[in-house]
Ligand binder design. Structure first.
Ligand SMILES: Cc1cc2nc3c(=O)[nH]c(=O)nc-3n(C[C@H](O)[C@H](O)[C@H](O)COP(=O)(O)O)c2cc1C
Length: 175
């Protein structure tokens, strides 16, 4: 295994980003509360970690203003975005807009109090189990307290948004 870092001669950060961008991910908004107000950011590094106990995780940048704002509450909710929510993907990824991201966004509180965004494909409500520093990111491990998919239960399950090579799109099933 190579232990090369960004400072190592020959390490090309752009190439790293390009190659890793070939791994398609879903798109989530990780949400929380800060001083009674909803906050959140676009996160692609969401992952399922453990079934028993039920654990999930995600990786915010060390200098993330949003993570700093929501960390104190000790809880977060992962909202898996639908292909009808591409506007939210970009809105919640814009730096310096932390205070206004939820303007015009319909949401209701999860059991932890963190926002569930209406019409998300699924939501996973968590309490923070532990936070680990890993390179230039934290790994936030969450214990799942409540979750649901197709939360409207209207018989029209939303389709997920997919991120691939810097672009977003829908998902076509081939069975
Ligand atoms: C599709 C997509 C996935 C992203 N995934 C992550 C991620 O996993 N971790 C992260 O720190 N930032 C991720 N970002 C970038 C953050 O959304 C962006 O830096 C945001 O401005 C952070 O908010 P903050 O500046 O308020 O902390 C992603 C952006 C996009 C568009």
């Amino acid at each position: 295994m190579s232990d090369r870092t960004d400072d190592s001669p020959g390490f090309d950060a752009g190439h790293f980003r390009t190659v890793l961008g070939h791994f398609p991910t879903g798109v989530t908004i990780v949400s929380g509360m800060s001083d009674g107000k909803p906050v959140g950011f676009t996160i692609g590094s969401f992952t399922s970690v453990s079934l028993d106990p039920p654990l999930v995780g995600f990786l915010p940048q060390l200098d993330s203003a949003t993570w700093e704002a929501m960390a104190g509450a000790g809880s977060f909710c992962v909202n898996i975005l639908s292909d009808q929510q591409s506007d939210l993907c970009w809105k919640f990824a814009k730096s310096g807009t932390e205070d206004t991201r939820f303007d015009g966004v319909e949401w209701h509180p999860a059991p932890s109090g963190s926002p569930i965004i209406n019409r998300a494909v699924a939501w996973i409500d968590c309490t923070v189990e532990s936070v680990h520093t890993m390179g230039d990111h934290y790994f936030v491990l969450g214990r799942v307290g409540a979750l649901d998919a197709d939360a409207d239960h209207d018989g029209r399950p939303p389709q997920p948004l997919v991120f691939f090579k810097g672009q977003i799109g829908g998902f076509d099933s081939e069975g």
